[in-house]
Write a protein that binds this ligand. Structure first.
Ligand code: SAH
Length: 370
């Protein structure tokens, strides 16, 4: 009976919350079948390639105080840094010369005019040194619609902004309740990004204190309703110098958070077959082969770290963050070997844009002509 039920659900194209809870609850043989199906859907719809996005964590200065994050404003044990323009351009050049095709610029959340100008200038310079060829994804938090438009005009074409949890109730348990941490404001930012023309990515953390399986099913449906082009989601990992650390004994064991994160990737691949799904770095903090495992069951994007090694220690969002002592070259070699082991190839030299985005654009253009 259960087997038939699983078979039926795995072959659906529209999923109810109940279906998703059922899939996320699978263990043993059922879990293996879920993973196999997700991999088959990935191969069929987005292909066997994994795309690299070189990640530069260019500043850990942050105006926010998220209760889970190691670089939150109130953590005085972090020494704050800004990677210099030269170093960023050097890393961009490395990405370009090594055919990564795309970069992600990520930072804490600042929206001062000086910060906005700097990002704008860097976007233009990166475009210039790569003859317009490097694709650029930004992950710099909530900004005004004007800022999003300006950065888009200067060359960024994808943006990652995780909702962190789609449950407003849980959102306010993991963030202070004030103007700078406002659920509605974050949702609005996601809409502004879409209007500005970006390929929009969002995502959640998995295994947060107080989070239930039903919340995670809602997260999947939320991403579907938001019609995201890309998703990055990974396990929540506690950090000693954050307020949520007090709940460390109530969390699911790390292995379970890891396993649930893999199931979330697999289920999302079934629910949104043509989006880009990143294998989150946080997976690797629990299992050294975590990201490659995600690649075998639905993920098709990996973000090798290009942050200059000297700064990596200070961009510790959570404990056990991997690769803190490796340089770009070591990261590349290590990942390359692992992707091949996972049975996929790397889409060197290709932007690997979200297929979902392309279809969405076509639809938008058609409806504006009618
Ligand atoms: N300032 C940007 C980038 C944030 S860092 C923004 O606001 O979008 C990127 C992601 O790291 C966050 O969106 C969050 O999901 C994740 N992260 C932060 N702390 C974490 C933790 N303790 N465990 C797991 N992931 C965490």
């Amino acid at each position: 009976m259960e087997q038939d039920k699983l078979h039926n659900i795995l072959n659906k194209t529209e999923f109810t919350k109940e279906d998703i809870v059922f899939l996320l609850s699978q263990t043993g043989e059922g879990r293996t079948r879920l993973f196999k199906k997700a991999n088959a859907v990935k191969q069929e719809i987005v292909g066997q390639k994994v795309y690299f996005r070189g990640l530069i964590e260019f500043s850990n200065i942050c105006s926010k105080d998220c209760f889970y994050c190691g670089i939150r404003k109130s953590n005085t044990h972090v020494s704050r840094y800004v990677v210099t323009d030269e170093e960023i351009l050097y890393a961009a050049k490395y990405a370009y010369e090594n055919d990564y095709a795309s970069l992600v610029l990520q930072s804490g959340e600042i929206s001062s005019p000086a910060f906005v100008d700097r990002v704008d200038r860097l976007l233009k310079e990166i475009k210039k040194i790569s003859n317009g060829k490097l694709g650029i994804t930004l992950s710099c938090g909530e900004q005004s619609p004007e800022t999003y438009q300006r950065w888009f005009a200067s060359g960024a074409h994808r943006y990652l902004l995780r909702i962190e949890t789609s449950s407003p109730k849980l959102f306010y348990k993991i963030h202070p309740k004030d103007e700078t941490h406002d659920y509605i404001r974050r949702l609005k930012a996601l809409k502004d990004l879409r209007l500005a023309g970006y390929q929009v990515g969002s995502g959640v953390m998995i295994g947060l204190p107080f989070q239930k399986l039903e919340d995670l099913a809602d997260d999947i449906l939320f991403l579907k309703t938001l019609d995201v082009d890309m998703c990055g989601m990974g396990p929540y990992l506690e950090h000693e110098e954050t307020p949520l650390f007090q709940y460390k004994d109530e969390l699911w064991p790390k292995e379970e958070r890891f396993d649930m994160a893999l199931k979330m990737v697999a289920v999302l691949r079934l629910v949104m077959p043509d989006i880009n799904i990143a294998a989150a770095t946080a997976l690797q903090a629990i299992d050294p082969a975590g990201r490659e495992k995600a690649v075998t069951l639905g993920a098709n994007v990996i973000m090798p770290n290009l942050t200059p090694t000297a700064y990596r220690e200070e961009y510790r969002l959570y404990e056990n963050k991997p690769c803190l002592d490796e340089d770009a070259e070591q990261c590349k070699n290590c990942l390359e070997a692992r992707i091949h082991l996972a049975g996929d190839e790397i889409g060197y030299g290709e932007w690997g844009d979200s297929k979902h985005f392309k279809k969405r654009k076509q639809k938008d253009e058609q409806s504006s002509q009618n």
